[in-house]
Design a protein around this ligand. Structure first.
Ligand SMILES: Nc1ncnc2c1ncn2[C@@H]1O[C@H](COP(=O)(O)OP(=O)(O)OP(=O)(O)O)[C@@H](O)[C@H]1O
Length: 324
């Protein structure tokens, strides 16, 4: 009888251990679900979801200072769209063949992105290309076109093609068009995500510039009020932090945002905007995560309320959860 009980306990422990391993291997992108009634496309990147929320369809600009990481985040965004847990997008990546770094980008994306994301190098954009994608996508799925170019004429042709198609094909109202280009700013996009060199130099990636990034959804009443409130608070506070940055400010114990009180909390919140990327996992060996914006909003409020005064600011860098 006794050996039988030991045997049963042993088998039960093995089953529990196997279950735990399987759970830990579940991709974080599969683990979370998102509310279906939001107009927002949550990417699981807390800086973007709170400070420059993306629309589920419409026009998005991803831009930034040279070397600030706009292209890296655009690649990550394609990955997250294609693998989105509740709102997967059929994603097409178009690279302007005239860009000097088109070949390099193509090679990089073939390493970091799954083959399910279609990639094409094109000389020009035609309405036909855009229409084909929209017509291929099924009734249930969404589609996104992500265009990389530094050529204003190319980008204008793309925007014309999108505009023309939106008037001609009703299904294209579900299209998300993302333009990735350097150092440009339009106010006519639904969301602009801008990356700043000074933030990048401080080692906080995504190096989102809270002042030059914007979204028409920031004031949308359909976005939960607590998310909008914390985003507005973060935007104001981070503007001070970003203005005070200098190379290696984060490592300088004398930097005012490493000191005590409200300043220290702002410095912690600034670092907590950093996030690991799925596309970088093979290189860093560190697990990325899809962080729910509602969780992020609560965590940022706790940080800004000064609940972690005892923790060193550096412990907030590249964390998928609050440090303890
Ligand atoms: N999220 C990130 N995490 C860590 N490092 C990053 C991140 N984003 C960018 N970098 C670093 O910054 C470098 C430049 O990134 P990226 O090529 O995306 O910048 P860019 O501004 O789009 O392009 P360019 O360098 O052509 O101006 C990368 O090679 C990488 O070293």
């Amino acid at each position: 009888m006794f050996p039988l009980i030991i045997g049963i306990v042993f088998v039960a422990l093995v089953v529990i251990a196997l279950f735990a391993v399987m759970r830990s291997r579940t991709s974080p992108t599969q683990a979370k679900s998102y509310p279906a009634n939001l107009p927002v496309l949550d990417t699981g990147l807390k800086a973007i979801d709170l400070l420059a929320p993306l629309p589920r369809s419409g026009d998005v600009l991803i831009s930034g200072d040279p070397g600030a990481g706009a292209k890296t985040i655009a690649g990550e965004m394609m990955y997250r769209l294609q693998n989105h847990p509740s709102l997967p997008y059929q994603t097409l990546c178009l690279l302007d063949a005239g860009s000097k770094d088109a070949e390099v980008m193509s090679a990089e994306f073939s390493e970091t992105l799954p083959d399910s994301i279609q990639r094409r190098m094109v000389q020009s954009i035609a309405t036909r290309d855009v229409m084909d994608l929209v017509q291929q996508s099924s009734r249930e799925s969404r589609c996104a076109i992500v265009v990389f170019s530094q050529d204003e004429r190319f980008i204008h042709l793309f925007r014309d093609a999108i505009r023309e198609m939106r008037t001609e094909i009703p299904a294209s109202s579900r299209l998300l068009a993302i333009i990735v280009t350097e150092s440009m700013h339009w106010t006519t996009c639904d969301a602009t995500v801008y990356f700043s060199q000074s933030v990048a130099e401080s080692g906080v990636y995504p190096a989102l510039d809270p002042q030059r990034s914007s979204s028409r959804l920031s004031d949308d009443p359909r976005v939960p009020a607590h998310r909008r409130e914390i985003a507005a608070r973060l935007r104001r506070l981070l503007a001070d932090v970003v203005e005070s940055l200098y190379p290696d400010a984060l490592g300088d114990p004398q930097w005012m945002f490493n000191q005590r009180g409200a300043n220290k909390a702002q410095g912690q919140a600034f670092r907590f905007l950093s996030q690991l990327l799925f596309t970088a996992e093979p290189y860093t060996g560190k697990k990325a995560a899809c962080i729910a914006a509602d969780d992020a909003a609560i965590w940022f409020r706790q940080i800004l309320d000064g609940q972690f005064e005892q923790l060193p600011p550096q412990s907030f860098l590249y964390q998928n959860k609050l440090p303890h």
